[in-house]
Design a protein around this ligand. Structure first.
Ligand code: CTP
Length: 397
């Protein structure tokens, strides 16, 4: 069913960024209703927003077209989310104290759906204890915040006050709209490739993009978990709300994961960990002196194997398998050998599956079940993987 989002825009130079956000929310198939404060309408025009949403933009509380309907109360009744983006210090203060002096503040007060605020203002206004106290008042009532970022502000000051990146706001919308089934749980996910140095300019690696692991981290956060992502080198943006530990080599990944593994409820090893590393790393660039070059490699520690050996009774351990032949046979062997609760087997040779793309084709293998999943978006697949693991954990308790 289409979800309804009310977007409140207030008077800030960042109001122009709300235009793009509204446009993207419409393209993402949300039902978007927009309210603007009087000052917001000085920065951007209602007609601009109206052209994107194809709906009336509300400013004045008493601008009710139909006398039978009290808009500020009626419009929020079936809303799934009320967000104020950008939120000025003035509007935040009004919302904290329950003022209802325009359509935006009146509707916010009447709304019972989840609420979210993305502030944007001058750094000193943001850091002012009055603003901080007002934000805390709203947070204490369960209002979600997407904190502003630091940078050069429109006023010329440098500091925290820039509206959060749109991608982070979109991720927080997903968070606000997702049912929480992992609250109180700690989830550790590894993602991406590892790199093994040969000399100061060269390394051995693989084609992993990290997309599957990052999608699982994002989904676990949206489900309410405390998420740690241990990532090899990737070009991906850190999912909002997730703690990320960057590593390069398999040994670094091993140390980062083992160090915190005991405290986790779920561990998902989606990283493509390099199996071998150079016996010695040359201090200087290796010159092409001969026709052939041999590298002596040693085996890296198998992180998943060790996690399986140390597994606590309450823990859920999930590994991945990627093979070019006998996938299911090898995946089943891994499930037993590495003491996993589930192996996600990647059909590397199937179209739409594999490393770099946004889709995957997998078979999920547990001790007593095996299920094939056709072509799926990695973001969707992340939720399916977590749903199965959550059910396994519940049946363990
Ligand atoms: N893995 C790991 N540590 C390693 C290598 C792999 O934790 N040093 C994990 C991967 O994150 C993945 C799973 O193990 O979850 C893959 O199993 P693995 O047996 O290592 O796969 P391959 O290396 O592809 O298999 P093989 O041993 O047959 O080469």
């Amino acid at each position: 069913m289409t979800k309804k989002i009310i977007v409140g825009i207030t008077g800030s130079i960042a109001a122009f960024k709300a235009v793009q956000l509204v446009s993207d929310l419409v393209k993402l198939n949300y039902h978007v209703e927009v309210m603007m404060s009087e000052s917001a309408a000085k920065f951007i025009t209602p007609i601009c927003i109206q052209s994107l949403t194809k709906r009336k933009v509300y400013i004045d509380t008493f601008d009710d077209e139909n006398p039978a309907i009290i808009t500020h109360v009626d419009i929020v009744k079936d809303a799934n989310l009320f967000m104020v983006v950008p939120a000025s210090a003035h509007t935040i203060a009004k919302l904290a104290y329950g003022f209802a002096d325009n359509m935006l503040t009146s509707a916010f007060l009447a709304a019972t759906c989840p609420k979210m605020i993305a502030p944007a203002m001058n750094v000193h206004m943001y850091e002012n204890p009055i603003t901080q106290k007002n934000m805390q008042t709203l947070k204490d009532q369960g209002v979600l915040f997407v904190e502003p970022i630091s940078g050069l502000l429109a006023c010329g000051d440098v500091g925290q006050g820039k509206l959060a990146d749109e991608q982070d706001i979109l991720e927080m919308i997903d968070y606000a709209l997702t049912e929480k089934t992992l609250v109180g749980k700690k989830v550790l996910i590894s993602a991406g490739p590892t790199q093994e140095s040969i000399d100061p300019v060269r390394f051995i690696t693989n084609h992993s993009s990290g997309k599957m692991g990052y999608a699982i981290a994002k989904a676990a956060f949206c489900l309410g978990a405390e998420v740690t992502l241990v990532s090899g080198p990737t070009h991906l943006k850190k999912p909002y709300g997730v703690k990320k530990i960057d590593v390069i080599s398999a040994q670094q990944m091993y140390e980062a994961i083992i160090d915190i593994s005991n405290h986790q409820d779920y561990i998902i090893m989606s990283a493509a960990v390099g199996d071998y590393a150079c016996q010695t790393i040359a201090n200087d660039k290796i010159k092409k002196t001969g026709e052939n070059l041999s590298l002596e490699l040693h085996k890296n520690k198998d992180i998943l194997l060790e996690l399986g050996q140390r597994k606590k009774t309450h823990q859920i351990l999930c590994g991945f398998a990627m093979e070019t032949s006998d996938l299911i046979l090898h995946a089943k062997e891994k499930l037993t050998k590495k003491n996993c609760d589930m192996i996600v087997a990647n059909h590397l040779k199937t179209e739409g599956a594999g490393f770099q793309g946004n889709t995957n084709v997998v078979t999920m293998i547990t001790q007593d079940d095996m299920k094939d999943f056709g072509l799926m978006n990695k973001e969707e697949l992340a939720y399916v993987i977590l749903e199965i693991l959550i059910k396994m954990e519940e049946s363990k308790c």
